[in-house]
Design a protein around this ligand. Structure first.
Ligand SMILES: NC(=O)C1=CN([C@@H]2O[C@H](COP(=O)(O)OP(=O)(O)OC[C@H]3O[C@@H](n4cnc5c(N)ncnc54)[C@H](O)[C@@H]3O)[C@@H](O)[C@H]2O)C=CC1
Ligand SMILES: O=C(O)C(=O)[C@H](O)COP(=O)(O)O
Length: 393
């Protein structure tokens, strides 16, 4: 079996070569590559599988993406040619939820809504609205719930499937202090997400709010967003995803408190989980055992902290969050690099990736940090955020 895999997929060579002949490709070159002899195409979201590519995949039986989103796949064209299709649902949900927490804490401090010396009970005064309550949105909700925030959820497909009107109250979302978008790009059907935040919706937002988009760029009308930010006071803006990537509307960047090149899900664990989910799926398709485990490949990483707060402080919380993932660094790098040249695609590819950048610092998840806590309440909160916790007796 000839397996073609994206060169930005950690440990792909190691796992796919146990199932056949494994060859890596650079997504930017795919239009010029001969793919007629490929049996299994293993991609990330940067490879658009449109009808032209499907036509060229004459021998291919399996197409899989190591990502949660799959709007880069033409499912109809793939179905017509009877290819098995798979996406790595949930592979990077923890990473995106850590991104959201790191970014929102940074924004709350920068806008003086909380102070380092506050106890985290100050977060109980804040409401968080989450649009798209799947694998990512649920984890974001879990984190802010653990911190005591009031949570509002919006997910019409789930509202319908679960007969739960509480999941269908869009106006409650627009009133929240913090609005987090984790919806996929859906262009058709009863509840499309494309431009769900159009000029009309955006104009209803207030400058005191925080607006974060880590779903898909097209959920917000970026031209309308820019027009509003240029003409009136608007919410504190955190953008990881942009309309029309990689050719984004760069004029938006100066209006963001945090701007990043679609890397919310790019922890090493998030990307590696994607590779291993594809490996397990492909092995099952071809009737071979998947004997390799992700834990055999992830570099061991362990950091230890002690937290002696009786009531967890904002300072301790942010120290722990940023010890693993300091989003201000990502923002700084993106803003600096984009000011010099439009290099969105290159920045994404090299992001925290020693294979493509000699200076890259690998990004890990909260689970690499073990916190010893003196308070049971603190231990429960930090455990719910994803840290490994032990109790100081
Ligand atoms: N920035 C990044 O690096 C990443 C972005 N993503 C994006 O986030 C999306 C969500 O990821 P997951 O939670 O893993 O996917 P998921 O499929 O588990 O959840 C998506 C949820 O959105 C809901 N939804 C669909 N239409 C909606 C609408 N009109 N309004 C509100 N909600 C709606 C679905 O019912 C579902 O519950 C992905 O499709 C992808 O586009 C995912 C991972 C990383
Ligand atoms: O999983 C998704 O959906 C994402 O948006 C991924 O984080 C995208 O990562 P790349 O495939 O573009 O590396």
């Amino acid at each position: 079996m000839h397996i073609f895999y994206d060169d930005n997929m950690p440990f792909a060579k190691e796992v796919f070569s146990t199932l056949g002949t494994a060859q890596e490709f650079n997504h930017a070159e795919i239009p010029h590559l001969d793919v007629s002899g490929v049996d299994a195409l293993m991609i990330r979201s940067t490879t658009k599988v449109d009808e032209h590519l499907v036509e060229r995949l004459t021998q291919c039986k399996y197409v899989a993406t190591a990502t949660a989103g799959y709007n880069h796949l033409d499912l109809e064209a793939l179905a017509k040619t009877n290819k098995g299709v798979y996406h790595a649902a949930g592979c990077n949900a923890q990473a995106v939820s850590e991104y959201a927490l790191s970014a929102v804490l940074y924004a709350l401090l920068e806008t003086n809504k909380i102070r380092l010396q506050d106890p985290i009970t100050v977060l109980q005064n804040l409401s968080v609205g989450i649009v798209g309550v799947g694998q990512v949105g649920s984890r974001v909700a879990q984190k802010f719930t653990a911190l005591g925030c009031e949570i509002h959820l919006y997910d019409p497909p789930r509202a319908k499937a679960e007969n739960n009107a509480a999941l269908n109250d869009f106006s409650a979302i627009l009133d929240c202090d913090i609005i987090c978008l984790h919806a996929p790009l859906v262009k058709t059907g009863e509840t499309p997400t494309e431009h769900l935040f159009d000029a009309n919706v955006l104009a209803q937002l207030k400058p005191e709010q925080i607006l974060l988009n880590a779903g898909r760029g097209e959920v917000i009308d970026n031209q309308a967003l820019l027009a509003l930010y240029e003409s009136q006071a608007m919410p504190t803006l955190i953008l990881d995803v942009w309309e029309n990537e990689p050719n984004i509307l760069s004029a938006l960047i100066p209006h963001c408190l945090i701007a990043t090149p679609h890397i919310a899900g790019h922890s090493l664990e998030g990307k590696t989980r994607g590779t291993f989910m594809l490996y397990a799926w492909l092995a099952e398709q071809v009737g071979q055992p998947a004997t390799l485990a992700m834990s055999d490949f992830l570099p061991k990483c362990h950091k230890a902290y002690a937290c002696h707060d009786d009531v967890l402080s904002v300072e301790s919380l942010t120290t722990l969050v940023w010890a693993v993932y300091d989003i201000a660094i990502d923002n700084r790098e993106f803003v600096t690099e984009m000011a010099q040249s439009p290099c969105f695609a290159e920045l994404r590819k090299a992001y925290r990736n020693p294979k493509f950048s000699s200076t890259a610092m690998v990004r890990r998840e909260f689970s690499v940090l073990e916190v010893t806590c003196s308070s049971l309440v603190t231990q429960d909160i930090l455990g719910a955020l994803g840290f490994v916790t032990t109790r100081l007796i």
